[in-house]
Write a protein that binds this ligand. Structure first.
Ligand code: AMP
Length: 359
């Protein structure tokens, strides 16, 4: 069992080798930790900056055993880690943060909304359906239009269909693969906001200011932070974040996405049990960014400050937009973060730029 606070020189394990894993690994090594990444791809963004890269699937017991031998603590860079991988690691004596309960809630859009509502946090009205007939019945009862999403494994707007008439719910159900779905009432929001928050092993919390997000084709394009919000909205977001963290007995960083409604209410759309794209602004807007915060939390260190020292516009660099690095490098206010991905497929997140203005 790990001894907290974890001493520099210890190894932190990360499941997943994408850009979030890479930036977590960079933050961990800056604090003097070694990093072991478990990832299927031998040439991953995180694997290339980690001390150790174990190549294997998350269900590969030998790979998990190798990770358990190296790492004192394991965390993840994405939410769809199989529960089995976490229980295997725990059985091998490794601390996993966030814990399996938080993962289970975040992996299922229905369980997530049920947890939120039971915690006194508002969401859109919703229903679940496991068959085409049930989808039509629920859509008829709720009234269209509705947004149908797969209960599990959707991201960046994938796995979603608008249902304009209740009768169309059967076709949408089939198009989404015939898997269990959630039906959501449309949120008539004025803005999308998000908050990055953290909870330490001692139950302390640290909450960054709200960010305003703009999506295109379901993918985050641009984040403005700190968002220009009323003190009431800021207070509401902090209250919700604190409730969610406590309710999940959470350790680590969480990203919570909100719809800001016309009347100023905040509805939670979803949360991600990990560092979040809408929190990349903290790298150049705060002394301790979300990546270091996650490492501090899982290592049992005190959480860092969250007040901003700059206003940041974060732009994702998708596909060949990353080729603009030459121009960006000449802009004094642009901080460039590139993920080292070899293949610039259209829409793929290749990097981001934080355009910084001192507050
Ligand atoms: P999600 O995968 O749940 O984050 O959804 C992706 C995007 O779809 C969100 O950022 C919103 O722009 C939009 N969206 C999701 N759910 C709803 C909803 N119930 N009503 C309106 N728009 C939604």
């Amino acid at each position: 069992m790990a001894d907290f606070p974890l001493a520099p020189g210890s190894t932190i394990g990360i499941l997943g080798g994408g850009q979030l894993g890479r930036m977590l690994a960079q933050a961990a090594t800056r604090l003097g930790f070694d990093v072991a990444v478990l990832e299927r791809d031998a040439d991953s963004p995180a694997g290339r900056v980690a001390t150790h890269c174990i190549v294997g699937a998350y269900g590969d017991t030998a790979a998990l055993e190798q990770l358990a031998r190296l790492a004192a603590v394991v965390t993840y860079e994405f939410e769809n880690v199989p529960a089995q991988a976490v229980t295997t690691l725990q059985a091998l004596g490794v601390e996993c943060a966030p814990g399996p309960e938080a993962l289970a809630v975040a992996q299922d859009r229905v369980a997530e909304k049920q947890f939120l509502n039971a915690s006194g946090v508002a969401t859109v009205a919703f229903a679940s359906a496991d068959s085409a007939a049930e989808a039509v019945a629920e859509a008829t009862a709720m009234g269209a239009p509705l947004l149908m999403k797969t209960r599990r494994e959707g991201y960046d707007g994938k796995g979603q269909r608008w249902v304009e008439h209740a009768a169309d719910a059967a076709a949408a159900f089939t198009e989404l693969g015939g898997v269990p779905v959630i039906l959501e009432a449309p949120a008539d929001f004025v803005r999308e906001l998000s908050v990055i928050a953290a909870r330490g092993r001692d139950g302390s919390t640290a909450i960054y200011p709200l960010a305003e997000n703009h999506h295109e084709h379901g993918i985050l394009r641009r984040t403005l932070a700190p968002a220009n919000v009323t003190p009431n909205v800021a207070f509401e977001a902090e209250k919700i974040a604190a409730r969610v963290l406590k309710g999940l007995n959470y350790v680590g960083v969480i990203g919570i996405e909100f719809f800001e409604m016309r009347d100023g209410r905040l509805l939670v759309n979803e949360f991600a049990p990990r560092v979040h794209n809408s929190g990349h602004w903290t790298q150049d807007g705060c002394a301790v960014d979300q990546f270091e915060q996650q490492i501090r939390a899982v290592a049992g260190w005190p959480l860092g400050p969250t007040q901003p020292h700059a206003r940041v516009e974060m732009l994702n660099l998708l596909g060949d937009e990353a080729d603009t690095w030459r121009k960006l490098a000449g802009e004094p206010d642009s901080r460039i973060h590139l993920y080292g991905k070899r293949d610039a497929k259209p829409g793929r997140k290749m990097g981001h730029v934080n355009k910084v203005k001192a507050l």
